[in-house]
Write a protein that binds this ligand. Structure first.
Ligand SMILES: O=C(O)CCC(=O)C(=O)O
Length: 176
């Protein structure tokens, strides 16, 4: 058993819909190895596809399977979901330099085909993430409000906003 969530971390997650400040899953050296392998994965994309099309590849790629099934991640997830859970999805948010692309406010579970909406997204930083290179932002969410614009109210961002800066190899949990 590796590190588990404290009660205070669980409470924060349930109150705010996200959690940061968790210890790194991978060391810098391990992340360097992981990043060295990433181009081989990207080469499997077909013409016209982008990294957004890498979805659920952990089912066929041992490279991604080993990351998704890392017990250090699972021990933390267990603190939110309990011992009986299933890793069914994986994807990348690769933010290219100078890209104008944005990710709209959303709450993940709205998009997942499951009832009840009892899920957690684990966000693993392949690079150091900060304000300069497109860190995710987390508004304070209404706990039970799900939808494509869950972070907004009447078009305005709710109680705004914490930028989720993470060191390489670190990760946060995004909203249910
Ligand atoms: O990295 C981002 O800006 C958004 C990430 C996200 O939406 C997610 O992990 O579900």
């Amino acid at each position: 058993m590796t590190q588990q969530l404290t009660q205070a971390q669980k409470d924060f997650y349930h109150e705010n819909g996200y959690l940061t400040g968790l210890p790194a899953i991978y060391s810098r050296n391990e992340m360097a190895d992981i990043n060295r392998e990433l181009p081989s994965l990207l080469k499997l994309l077909q013409p016209g596809e982008s990294s957004k099309d890498i979805r659920e590849w952990h089912e066929t790629s041992t490279y991604l399977y080993d990351i998704v099934m890392n017990p250090r991640i699972h021990d933390l997830v267990e603190g939110i979901l309990g011992p009986d859970f299933f890793a069914w999805a994986s994807s990348f948010f690769i933010k290219e330099p100078h890209s104008k692309a944005t990710v709209g406010w959303h709450q993940d579970a709205y998009y997942w085909p499951m009832t009840p909406q009892n899920s957690v997204t684990v966000w693993l930083a392949f690079d150091d993430v900060d304000q300069e290179n497109g860190a995710m932002q987390a508004p304070a969410l209404d706990r039970d409000r799900f939808g494509p614009d869950a972070g907004t109210r009447d078009g305005h961002v709710q109680r705004c906003c914490r930028r989720v800066a993470l060191p390489q190899g670190g990760r946060g949990f995004a909203a249910r």
